[in-house]
Design a protein around this ligand. Structure first.
Ligand SMILES: [Zn+2]
Length: 458
């Protein structure tokens, strides 16, 4: 099977040129102008951008949380991702206390197997650190699960103490793994939550008001300091607060390997959304919470100047009906998370590239190349080059779409951007040489996605 994408504007993190891309089976084998090859399928990409498929390195499909499970499984979630121009995800396997890391990995591999329509990898969430788990970390890195997520929040559920965090960090210094950190001070937040509830403050907005930006700034600072003492890199997930960005920027200025991602919700939504009438604020209950409007400009500046290296979604949808409603009388019982896997590429193009906040190259870098590099998938993923996987999006920058439950494919009964019109549509989406989206239709196959065996830091 061969595929020729003709006459598009090919954009990678480094280049932008008019050209043709030739794909044989699942691999890009030639790039050039007026390529002479014949192909089984020719796609005319005139006036379109030809970009590497998006990589979303923070998703939660089929994830149990607070007595319910995120609404998208690996089938609906990866199909929605493909519609939005994302061809690889890195999801999270969860090790619950008493389980081995391999039991957790096996559980999540089963969730994805036969269902995923695009390629997928896993970070490993660890809820305890001991001698045998440290040995398992080494084995997992060799097996392609090269990143470990630790929590400084959710005491009694996910939270680790500093000693455990430090031990895990030291281990990645020798095994080449990467630590991802949920950086919020869970102890402080828990006290504030209990206090608010005792005062009868139960509405959704108190979720945000009990998670101060400084709690994120403090934990981010501590995570970076622990990593500095362990002499390893650290990657801060879903950075939302200017107070946290400041810590990352300061660390990077000192030459430390501190990395961070932010998410579209922190760039396009704000605390004001929690003030929507009735229980509507629950749509935006996620951790960390949405911040002030002014924060958005600071995050965009961080993205432009490379103090933030990636944009992922933290896709973790819960329906308003039956799920978010669990917290109708107590904001602390609202399942944390929101949908976003399908809207990332277009939102960041529309709100980032079009107003001139970031360049086309930077858009590709933040949504694909940089996640591939940080998480051991580059150059197989994250670029268009001879030898790389044929994960390609033909993106029409002129076409508009209206975001909303009716137009999108995520299995959730609301959308945080309902009614928002954006420029830029992922028209044709190719996953390892297979056309999975064409003419607004899913043409791929669930189960065709493969596990991405990632490589360790070198
Ligand atoms: Zn998350």
């Amino acid at each position: 099977m061969s595929l020729l994408i003709r006459n598009g504007t090919v954009i990678t993190a480094a280049d932008l040129y008019q050209g043709d891309v030739y794909v044989e089976n699942d691999t890009v084998t030639a790039i050039g102008t007026n390529l002479p090859m014949e192909a089984d399928r020719v796609i005319d990409a005139t006036d379109r951008y030809v970009i590497p498929g998006g990589i979303d390195c923070h998703t939660h499909l089929d994830m149990p949380f607070g007595g319910t499970t995120s609404a998208d499984d690996f089938e609906s979630g990866t199909v929605a991702a493909a519609f939005g121009g994302t061809t690889s995800i890195v999801d999270f396997a969860i090790q619950y206390r008493g389980q081995t890391l391999h039991q957790a990995w096996e559980t999540w591999m089963k969730k994805a197997d036969g269902k995923a329509a695009i390629d997928y990898g896993f970070h490993m969430i660890m809820t305890e650190v001991n001698d045998s788990i440290e040995q398992e970390m080494d084995a997992l890195v060799r097996q392609g699960v090269t990143s470990f997520k630790l929590f400084m929040a959710y005491p009694g559920v996910f939270m680790l103490d500093d000693a455990s965090i430090f031990r895990a960090m030291l281990r990645t210094g020798t095994n080449g793994g990467t630590i991802c950190m949920h950086a919020e001070n869970g102890g402080v937040i828990d006290v504030l939550v209990q206090k608010a509830l005792a005062e009868g403050k139960t509405a959704p907005k108190y979720h945000a008001l009990t998670r101060p930006a400084r709690a994120e700034g403090e934990a981010t600072h501590r995570a970076i300091a622990l990593a500095e003492m362990a002499d390893v890199p650290v990657y801060i997930v879903h950075l939302s607060a200017a107070e946290a960005l400041e810590m990352v920027t300061e660390a990077r200025d000192r030459g430390l390997l501190a990395f961070a991602e932010t998410c579209p919700q922190y760039l396009f939504l704000s605390y004001d959304n929690y003030e929507e009438p009735g229980f509507a604020g629950a749509k935006y209950v996620m951790s960390p919470p949405l911040r002030s409007r002014e924060t958005q400009d600071q995050l965009w500046r961080g993205l432009a100047f490379n103090d933030l290296q990636a944009i992922s979604t933290d896709h973790c949808p819960f329906c308003m009906k039956e799920q978010k409603v669990l917290g109708e009388h107590d904001f602390s019982k609202i399942p944390n998370g929101a949908p976003g896997i399908e809207t990332r590429m277009s939102l960041v193009y529309d709100g980032g590239v079009r107003p001139g906040r970031i360049s086309l190259n930077r858009w590709v870098e933040l949504t694909s190349t940089s996640p591939a590099k940080i998480f051991g998938m580059f150059p197989r993923k994250g670029t268009i080059a001879p030898g790389s996987d044929a994960d390609i999006v033909v993106f029409n920058p002129a076409k508009t779409q209206t975001l909303g439950v009716k137009t999108l494919h995520m299995k959730v009964d609301y959308n945080p951007y309902e009614g928002r019109e954006v420029h830029g549509v992922s028209e044709t989406v190719i996953s390892r040489g297979r056309i999975v989206i064409e003419n607004g239709t899913f043409t791929g196959r669930t189960g065709a996605g493969a596990f991405i065996k990632r490589h360790a830091r070198t």
